[in-house]
Design a protein around this ligand. Structure first.
Ligand SMILES: C[S@@+](CC[C@H](N)C(=O)[O-])C[C@H]1O[C@@H](n2cnc3c(N)ncnc32)[C@H](O)[C@@H]1O
Ligand code: SF4
Length: 467
């Protein structure tokens, strides 16, 4: 079967065969090597060493701080995040104490003259905390670290539980970016995934954010949810375009019931293959027609947004929060399950609240696993990151940065990419590897050609499908 898809004025052809070949389980590459490769033997002492070494690197590396606030009142059935569900908000009180302990300990180990250029609260639902708690937590960090004057300070909000007073507080504290979870406006879909979120309520919150002059508002949607059809999803997309966010993340529903048990109840209803693709197609065509540019990997932004400008000038980067314009920063993550990326090291905090509390009660940094990258990891990480961010890789850049001969070092990967070239997803030349418009849809597959760990047999499923 032949399919057309129109992206940014260009009509692309796709066949069922190509869809089947490339819609396979694969990583999202917010890190390389990906989390399943990290080692349980990596512990707090390794993390402390990485923190100390990072202070000594010249030029000084700025900081990006992420705090995970895991609480939500109810569980959305599709949710793939690390969450703690409790309607009793008192559970946040001990958590905030532990988080402050972590902030303080990190401020003792990091050179605090290193400026924070990016600060983000994710979840869960950060606005599960009341305005006073938000203020207290932010001030606690602010007293211990220095924020760059133009720091990006962002927060994820769930419009169903967020009140204007919380937004006012966040704005007053200096938050300038907001990311809002919507997922889908269709009442039947909402009911099926147990997330009831009326359009009017969301619109009111969006307008409150605009009135408070947040510099950038992002909206999250998910395609591939149960009961979605291209038409029903298009209706949600139309409503989002009407709101006019600066950025849109249109996530592919990651159905991983082996990791998230509650998703199992949706398995029978999840659109797959061509059905899921048609929902994606409806979204991508409409957003690009409305003037948003497709950055790749689920993300859209207005043409004058710094993400688009950074992609054009090849200054875009990728970390655990997705695409970012802030390069060269060490990502320090705090809170249960959060992941740090410091120069050559990844480290993850305990995923279970009990273990996280126990480590802190024992006076140790709550690291559960991590990895120190070897030279080969570093080279492959750079290649995958450049491909995913810029859609074009200049071999000579990699050769001069790492002192390798690209075609020899990556002979196997180049052979794999010939298949992608044959299917119109990449173009290979002696000096470059370029991802085509069609290839952007399957960009993870281009990255996968360089991932040496994918060759290792896995005992159980690990990743969701690429589309
Ligand atoms: C931490 S939540 C955002 C804030 C808030 N908790 C909310 O839901 O509004 C981050 C985003 O992850 C996305 N997400 C959650 N589970 C997902 C899944 N299984 N597949 C794809 N995206 C998912 C949703 O779009 C959600 O808005
Ligand atoms: S999608 Fe958001 S609100 Fe729903 S359970 Fe997950 S983190 Fe909580």
């Amino acid at each position: 079967m032949q399919l057309n898809i129109k992206i940014q004025g260009e009509t692309l052809n796709l066949t069922q065969e190509i869809l089947d070949r490339y819609n396979v389980a694969g990583p999202r590459y917010t890190s390389y090597p990906t989390a399943p490769e990290w080692l349980d033997s990596f512990g707090p002492a390794d993390y402390e060493a990485a923190l100390q070494q990072s202070n000594e690197i010249r030029p000084v590396r700025p900081l990006s701080i992420y705090m995970h606030l895991p609480f939500c009142e109810r569980l959305c059935l599709f949710c793939g995040c690390n969450v703690v569900i409790n309607r009793n908000h008192d559970v946040a009180i001990p958590y905030l104490e532990k988080l402050k302990w972590e902030i303080h300990q990190l401020s003792l180990r990091l050179d605090t003259s290193r400026p924070i250029i990016q600060f983000h609260w994710g979840g869960g639902t950060p606005t599960y905390l009341n305005a006073a708690q938000l203020e207290d937590l932010f001030n606690y960090a602010k007293e211990r670290f220095i924020f760059a004057p133009d720091a990006e300070i962002g927060v994820e909000v769930d419009p169903r539980v967020t009140r204007e007073v919380q937004l006012q507080t966040l704005r007053r504290l200096g938050f300038n970016r907001i990311s809002m979870g919507i997922q889908d406006f269709n009442p039947e879909v909402q009911q099926r995934v147990r997330r009831i979120q009326p359009y009017e309520e969301t619109k009111a919150l969006f307008e409150a954010c605009r009135a408070l002059n947040f510099e950038s508002i992002n909206i999250d949607l998910i395609y591939g949810l149960p009961l979605q059809t291209p038409d029903s999803f298009l209706d949600s997309v139309e409503k989002v375009i009407g709101l006019g966010p600066d950025r849109v993340a249109m996530f592919s529903y990651a159905h991983v019931p082996w990791l998230k048990k509650q998703q199992g109840s949706l398995s029978r209803l999840v659109p797959q293959g061509m059905d899921k693709f048609n929902i994606f197609r409806a979204g991508i065509e409409r957003f690009t027609q409305a003037g948003y540019l497709y950055i790749g990997m689920d993300h859209f932004a207005r043409p004058n947004d710094e993400l688009c400008l950074a992609q054009k000038s090849r200054a875009l980067h990728r970390n655990f929060q997705g695409y970012t314009t802030k390069a060269g920063a060490d990502l320090i993550a705090l809170g249960v399950s959060s992941i740090s990326g410091i120069n050559r090291v990844y480290a993850q905090n305990h995923r279970d609240l009990k273990d996280y509390y126990a480590a802190i009660d024992g006076n140790t940094l709550p690291i559960m696993r991590g990895m120190r990258l070897d030279d080969d990891d570093i080279i492959r990480r750079a290649v995958i990151s450049k491909l995913l961010c810029h859609c074009v890789l200049h071999k000579r850049e990699i050769e001069s940065e790492f002192n390798i001969r690209f075609d020899e070092y990556f002979a196997d990967a180049l052979l794999q990419l010939e298949g992608l070239q044959h299917d119109g997803l990449v173009t290979l030349s002696p000096d470059t590897i370029s991802v085509t418009q069609l290839g952007r849809i399957f960009i993870r597959n281009a990255g996968m050609a360089f991932d040496k760990y994918l060759q290792k047999p896995k005992s159980k499923p690990v990743f969701s499908k690429t589309l």
